[in-house]
Ligand binder design. Structure first.
Ligand SMILES: *Cc1c(COP(=O)(O)O)cnc(C)c1O
Length: 360
């Protein structure tokens, strides 16, 4: 795929960029450029381009605004201490967007084209990838590829005009002032995914449906919400943006099986990494009773959650209408897994899995 490039005539100044990168926060500052590729049934993917970052003009009848036919991805580019820039397993994000798009009846963007699009943006906006060489931080450039129904048509059918874009936003360390356990609220009124539904797809609708449950969690004084399976209301699924792990006193780890959860790339990577550290990971159904009993008896020693944004975070106490479950005793393995993964991503340890993809 050939990309045309129109560079911004008004890029952010070096002084302003230094200010932004000193304290990037999350998702508030955007780089100077964006990537766009369009699709129609007759032309396929075409008009691939890098242009200055800016607002879209959409017809009010644009299908995504009405029927939410949309998929997205979340990934990061990391600057290593030698100045080189790398993304983490980008083919996995590309493959997941293919699966998500299949579920949302959107066209397939080939893995190579997805990776090329992300690489192009990172290359053009490389000065936006934060430097961690002084002070050993964990800053990165968050990348957001997304695809949406851009046809102006109110009929209910898959759109005949689709747009794929990539935007980027510098991200600070997820935890300011050190990693601390997240507290959770158990949602029993809301579920995020049913059998045959779209829980395994990365699509905006899953997030829209989680917001009211998250609001409830916040009102209960908790950081995040835990969802149970929709059928029996017994089995732990995920946090709606992070996958869960339960560490047992004999060293093995249990993580909820796939189907209605979103299969995180961090999740898959931790299954490999923990196995290598001598902690086999079992993928199976895991009930809320097993959580409660396991922590109470001491058989569960640690719980953690993972996703691209936070990498790995310890899970603290769980609050629910049926009573609270205290935080597990330890966070040692959690922090060990976190460090091992962050070190590979930031180029501070050898990439024995071949996970990093060099862009610059
Ligand atoms: C993106 C996402 C995750 C985490 O996936 P990663 O690839 O590890 O970032 C977990 N749950 C949901 C619902 C998600 O959308």
């Amino acid at each position: 795929m050939d990309f045309s490039t129109t560079l911004s005539t008004a890029p952010v100044s070096d002084e302003r960029l230094a200010e932004i990168l000193a304290n990037p926060g999350f998702g508030t500052h955007f780089t100077d450029h964006m990537v766009t590729i369009e699709w129609t049934p007759s032309e396929g993917w075409h008009a691939a381009r890098v242009t200055p970052y800016g607002p879209l003009t959409l017809d009010p009848a644009t299908a995504v605004l009405h029927y939410a036919q949309e998929t997205f991805e979340g990934m990061k580019a990391y600057r290593h201490d030698d100045g080189s820039i790398h993304t983490f397993r980008p083919e996995e994000n590309a493959a997941r967007m293919v699966r998500s798009s299949h579920r949302l009846a959107l066209p397939v963007l080939e893995v190579d084209d997805f990776v090329a699009a992300v690489d192009r943006l990172v290359e053009v906006d490389q000065r936006w990838v934060p430097d961690n060489s002084v002070g050993g931080g964990e800053k990165s450039l968050y990348l957001r590829p997304f695809m949406f129904a851009s046809e102006a048509f109110l009929g209910v059918r898959p759109a005949q005009h689709v747009t794929f874009m990539v935007i980027a936003s510098p991200a600070g360390a997820y935890f300011k002032g050190g990693v601390k356990p997240v507290t959770l609220w158990l949602s029993t009124d809301y579920t995020r995914a049913g059998r045959g539904g779209m829980g395994a797809a990365k699509t905006g609708g899953n997030y829209a449906s989680s917001l009211v449950a998250q609001q409830e969690a916040t009102a209960q004084g908790c950081d995040q919400v835990v969802f149970l399976d929709a059928q029996e209301g017994q089995y732990v699924e995920e946090l709606g943006g992070m996958n869960l792990y339960f560490v047992h006193d004999d060293g093995h780890i249990v993580t909820p099986e796939t189907g209605t959860i979103l299969e995180g790339i961090t999740r898959a990577s931790i299954i490999e990494l923990a196995g290598k550290l001598g902690h086999p990971v079992e993928e199976r159904r895991f009930s809320i009773d097993e959580w409660r009993d396991g922590v109470t008896s001491g058989r569960i020693t640690e719980i953690f959650a993972c996703g691209t944004a936070a990498v790995v975070t310890p899970v603290g106490s769980l609050k629910s209408d049926a009573g609270d479950v205290p935080a597990p005793a330890s966070t040692d393995l959690t922090m060990q897994v976190r460090q091992a993964l962050v070190d590979v991503q930031l180029g501070r340890s050898e990439d024995t899995f071949g996970w990093m993809h060099r862009v610059v």
